[in-house]
Design a protein around this ligand. Structure first.
Ligand SMILES: [Fe+2]
Length: 416
């Protein structure tokens, strides 16, 4: 491979690893630990409690690592790999330079090439282990040639890695050498492969892990939102599976009207959490059997504003979702609440949701009235065309109401 091509690959790898580092700092990625990823997946699928998901990320203390190798390309790759995984890195090109750095910087680990110019790695390893001036660092020897057991025993490293090595394997070795144990000897990743190729393969595995973590994060958001909706239903059991039903209806109706609206992920969460403000409404009003007084009705209507306030700081809801929470009781003719918006002033998500919310209220029992049939609900929606509801949304409902009815029947069967 020509020299310029090697440096281009090194540049690309450095950039990608820095990207992974940024994601890691943001808490989005736990790289180099596939078993942790699988455990996390297991925990999340098993419905981990929300408090567990919201634990703050504590930045770990960075371990000092001194890389001693006369190959500038390998030093750059090691620096990039180790910096991305919570290590602070210094470099030296020879044992003599490493001795100077080691004395004043006191590294926790020294990654030491055996084939150095001047004093070789075996000799310097013995010096590091025997001279207290270095602070007794752990030593990982890198060797490109066969070594004898006697040579390794005499040098006294904590681990030996044969080149070419997998950077993921190096990270695992660094984690393990902290534990008291006999010297580790890691075999080469692939004896005849180039070091850069092994880096590229490991990077591909890391990106796969990052994608898995992103999916888990989405699941965590979704489970947290569902838990919040469940908390509301536990407070107001009369509504039963209301949040689940209207969420499903609203998705169906949005697909019929304009599927691109679902590109905004906040919209779905808005559908699910539309009534979260009811958590702030006194039970005496929320659970009252029979009609509300005028003042009680005004308190009840505040659930739209309370919901908006509760969720205003949640990044997940920013966008159409938050507008659904605030405006789902607005009416097309301008007589709704809380802002008295009319026509297209009402956010589109809220116009969609107002219709499905009404369908669900009509077709389910309330303390003050019994449930009506699906056909009766369709008739009532059509009567309110252009009054309570946007005519365009009503037309989409008319086209899709059979499928929504099927969703209703499926959910009823599942709950029975
Ligand atoms: Fe509501």
């Amino acid at each position: 491979m020509p020299g310029w091509a090697v440096w281009v690959m090194v540049g690309v790898l450095v950039w990608l690893l820095l990207t992974v580092l940024v994601l890691r700092v943001l808490g989005l990625v736990r790289v180099f630990d596939e078993s942790a990823a699988r455990e996390a997946e297991h925990e999340l699928i098993g419905a981990a409690p929300p408090a567990q998901l919201l634990e703050p990320v504590v930045a770990p203390e960075r371990r000092r690592i001194l890389v001693v190798d006369d190959d500038a390309g390998l030093r750059l790759l090691l620096r990039t790999t180790l910096t991305a995984d919570e290590f602070e890195v210094e470099e030296a090109v020879s044992a003599e330079e490493a001795a100077e750095v080691g004395r004043f910087w006191s590294p926790a680990v020294v990654i030491l090439d055996v084939g150095l110019p001047g004093v070789d790695g075996f000799t310097f390893c013995r010096e590091l282990k025997q001279n207290p001036a270095y602070g007794a660092p752990l030593v990982v020897l890198l060797t490109g040639q066969e070594t004898t057991t006697d040579e390794v025993t005499a040098a006294g490293p904590d681990a030996v890695m044969r080149k070419p090595f997998s950077p993921l394997e190096l990270i695992r070795v660094l984690d393990r050498v902290s534990e008291p144990a006999p010297a580790l000897v890691a075999e080469p990743a692939e004896a005849d492969a180039e070091q850069l190729l092994i880096y590229a393969r490991d990077l591909s595995r890391l990106l796969e892990i990052e994608r898995t973590q992103r999916r888990l994060l989405q699941q965590a958001y979704s489970q947290t939102a569902t838990a919040l909706a469940d908390a509301l239903e536990a407070k107001d059991p009369v509504t039963g599976l209301h949040a689940v039903r209207v969420h499903r209806y609203a998705i169906e109706l949005t697909r019929a009207l304009d599927p691109s609206l679902l590109n905004d992920p906040s919209l779905e969460y808005g559908f699910l959490l539309h009534d979260v403000g009811k958590l702030g409404i006194p039970d005496t009003i929320l659970l009252k059997e029979g009609p509300l007084t005028e003042s009680e009705r005004q308190v009840m209507q505040r659930h739209t504003l309370l919901g908006g306030q509760i969720l205003s700081g949640v990044a997940l809801l920013q966008g159409e979702g938050l507008r659904v929470v605030r405006s789902h009781h607005e009416r097309w003719d301008g007589t709704g609440y809380p802002d008295g918006l009319a026509g297209r002033e009402i956010p589109i998500g809220a116009r969609i949701f107002a219709l499905v919310d009404a369908v669900d209220a009509i077709t389910n029992e309330r303390p003050y009235r019994s449930a009506l049939t699906w056909e009766e609900a369709v008739d009532q929606i059509l009567v309110e065309n252009g009054r309570q509801f946007d005519p365009r949304v009503v037309a989409a409902f008319a086209a899709r109401e059979r499928r929504m009815r099927r969703i209703s029947e499926e959910l009823a069967e599942a709950a029975a």
